[in-house]
Design a protein around this ligand. Structure first.
Ligand SMILES: NC(=O)c1ccc[n+]([C@@H]2O[C@H](COP(=O)([O-])OP(=O)(O)OC[C@H]3O[C@@H](n4cnc5c(N)ncnc54)[C@H](OP(=O)(O)O)[C@@H]3O)[C@@H](O)[C@H]2O)c1
Length: 328
């Protein structure tokens, strides 16, 4: 396992982050704990959860698994989505952030969260209020670093500028959806993060399972993608373009004697600017397969082929800017 610093910080995280969204639900508590322990035995130190995963069960299971090894772990959680019926039971107001972190700390059975993330932008709350509250959490020791997720580039840039202006701690990372079948972040986010040294920890690196090769052009009979809603629904994933990408993933896997899941993760691991993909595994078998993404190098030619087939179409203003690039 290799380690990377997360954005503009001294926090060392493993090159893979283990996502825990299914823990305590489709992944039993016993399997979830076994998975976390196996991940740590193989050098993994970075775990991602959220207050809303399985209505808080995911945090409880993670808390049990790391109870005796807390300081070894870089524990990431999030707040923003609704957790109750009253109007302040969601969002990132000062009130909700203070309530949400205390509830997460109780479920996680710990007194600090290493990376506390805003799950998605909140149009209702001034970003100054959110950043001041997050800065107070860091000062109090309840959170050690802060990050964000599912932001537009302008929202991240505005947040960084407010932090710098008001001398609050900055977001050190962003957690966007990013994979061979979801490259929207190539438009503006990746270059912003490189410019500002913000770590990128992509979610759904396997397209929710699409890139593992288990689905065909026919409607699948089992697996998460049969869900009708969500980013990893069959409706959104099963496009002609995505199946063309999948063909190249499968062919590359055959050539390299790896599996499609390992190839899809490896493309991200070798992508400049990506710190640590957050992969999910519903079973221990899937986990073992996905961990096979580390410890080898994908040849440049194979990486380029995957990059080309999955690239966004050439768009303005990138097209225009590239045309007039200076040769320095
Ligand atoms: N910030 C956000 O808004 C946000 C949103 C979503 C997720 N996340 C984070 O990102 C993590 C990963 O997200 P994700 O679960 O959508 O990502 P993913 O890694 O793209 O998909 C994981 C799913 O794919 C299937 N799968 C995984 N490995 C497989 C293999 N080797 N063979 C066959 N199927 C395999 C399993 O689904 P089946 O159950 O169908 O087998 C598994 O649950 C989450 O746990 C969470 O921590 C964050």
């Amino acid at each position: 396992m290799q380690y990377r610093l997360l954005g503009r910080s001294g926090l060392a995280v493993s090159e893979l982050c283990l996502g825990t969204m299914t823990f305590g639900n489709t992944t039993s508590e016993a399997d979830s704990i076994a998975m976390i322990h196996s991940f740590m035995e193989q050098g993994g130190n970075f775990l991602d959860t959220a207050n809303v995963y399985v209505q808080g069960r995911s945090e409880e299971v993670v808390g049990k698994a790391i109870k005796d090894r807390r300081s070894e772990v870089v524990l990431a959680s999030k707040a923003r989505f609704m957790t109750g019926d009253h109007p302040n039971s969601g969002g990132v107001s000062r009130k909700h952030i203070m309530d949400a972190i205390d509830a997460s700390l109780r479920r996680l059975n710990t007194d600090y969260i290493d990376l506390y993330q805003v799950h998605v932008w909140d149009h209702a709350t001034p970003i100054e209020e959110t950043l001041r509250a997050l800065d107070d959490l860091v000062t109090s020791g309840k959170a050690r670093y802060i990050g964000c997720s599912n932001f537009f580039a302008w929202q991240l840039m505005k947040s960084l500028a407010v932090s710098d202006r008001d001398r609050y701690v900055r977001f050190i990372s962003i957690q966007p959806q990013y994979s061979l079948v979801s490259r929207e972040m190539d438009r503006e986010m990746l270059s912003l993060c490189q410019e500002e040294n913000v770590g990128i920890i992509p979610w759904a690196p396997l397209g929710g399972g699409f890139l593992t090769g288990r689905y065909n052009r026919d409607v699948p009979t089992s697996g998460r993608l049969t869900a009708k809603q969500g980013e990893s629904s069959w409706t959104l994933r099963a496009s002609d373009n995505n199946f063309n990408v999948l063909e190249v993933v499968k062919q590359t896997a055959m050539e390299l004697d790896r599996t499609p899941a390992q190839v899809a993760l490896k493309w991200l691991l070798q992508r400049e600017g990506i710190t640590s993909p957050i992969f999910g595994a519903s079973t221990l078998e899937q986990f073992d397969e996905n961990m096979g993404a580390i410890g080898w190098q994908m040849p440049k030619e194979a990486w380029n082929r995957l990059d080309e087939v999955s690239a966004l179409p050439s768009e303005y203003p990138n097209r225009f800017i590239a045309k007039f690039a200076r040769p320095f």
